[in-house]
Design a protein around this ligand. Structure first.
Ligand code: ADP
Ligand code: MG
Length: 249
């Protein structure tokens, strides 16, 4: 997608349902995310947070409803879909780096293939991104030679190399040893500060308070609360949210 329609929200989800067989995992979801907004999504396991992320870049196909990214409906296949996935960067709990490729190759592969960058240009930009996430010295290593925190920062650099319009993070720190969580949250907070539109599934309250403009609380496939971080953590409205916060705090 090359046409940017600046007045449209970055993401517009209207009446989206997602079923797996007879299980309704997303129920009539409406959601608008303006450009530059940082949204943290919380909710119990199985509430549909990952599925919400995945329908936004068509890793899963919504059963009904409509999804627009930057004013344009999600393409169904082909080159347009590859470009959508470049526009909507995603970072997963399990990093998902290519194990048999060096870190710099992980970062440059997409830009060469999808953005048609020359190898040298892709490499220069890739090194710039690795410096930005603080792991330029790891560029020639393989993922397994890096710590979890370094691998996740490489995964963020890889997504950024596609020059995304929006970044989705699905529990990006949940698989990390505790001492590596902050180095990843730091990179994400910088990105938020630079104005990236972000949807972040995370229970890291410190990050939500510091970087999020908005918190969504999901339960049973619905957005139950949609408010500010301060309001959510200090005065949650629903019993579901109170119960949930009682368990994670
Ligand atoms: P969360 O990320 O909030 O834990 P998910 O979006 O992963 O929730 O899952 C929501 C519900 O959908 C869960 O009941 C889960 O078991 C189910 N689910 C997720 N993915 C699939 C799938 N590919 N096939 C069948 N059921 C799925
Ligand atoms: Mg999940």
């Amino acid at each position: 997608m090359t046409e940017a329609s600046t007045d449209a929200p970055m993401i517009r989800v209207s009446a989206v349902d997602k079923y797996f067989g007879s299980l309704r995992v997303l129920s009539d979801i409406d959601l608008e995310i303006p450009r530059g907004q940082v949204v943290v999504v919380l909710g119990p396991s199985g509430s549909g947070k990952s599925t919400l992320c995945r329908v936004l870049n068509r890793l899963e196909v919504a059963t009904s409803g409509s999804i627009l990214v930057d004013g344009v409906p999600l393409p169904e296949e082909g080159r347009a879909l590859a470009e959508l996935r470049a526009d909507v960067g995603m970072v997963f709990q399990q990093f998902n780096l290519f194990a048999h490729k060096s870190i710099i190759d992980n970062v440059t592969l997409g830009p060469v293939k999808v953005r048609k960058l020359g190898r040298n240009e892709a490499r220069e930009e890739g090194m710039r991104l690795l410096r930005r996430v603080g792991i330029a010295d790891q560029a020639e290593k393989y993922p397994a030679q890096l710590s979890g925190g370094q691998q996740q920062r490489a995964a963020i650099a890889r997504a950024l190399a596609m020059r995304p319009k929006v970044m989705l993070f699905d529990e990006p720190t949940s698989a990390l040893d505790p001492e590596m969580v902050s180095e990843v949250l730091e990179v994400m907070a910088d990105l938020a500060e630079e104005g990236m539109t972000m949807l972040v599934v995370s229970h890291e309250m410190g990050f939500a308070r510091r970087a999020a403009h908005r918190v969504l609380f999901m339960a049973d496939g619905e957005i139950v609360e949609d408010t500010t971080p301060q309001q959510f953590f200090e005065q949650p409205e629903s019993d579901r949210a109170k119960d949930f916060l009682g368990k994670i705090l």
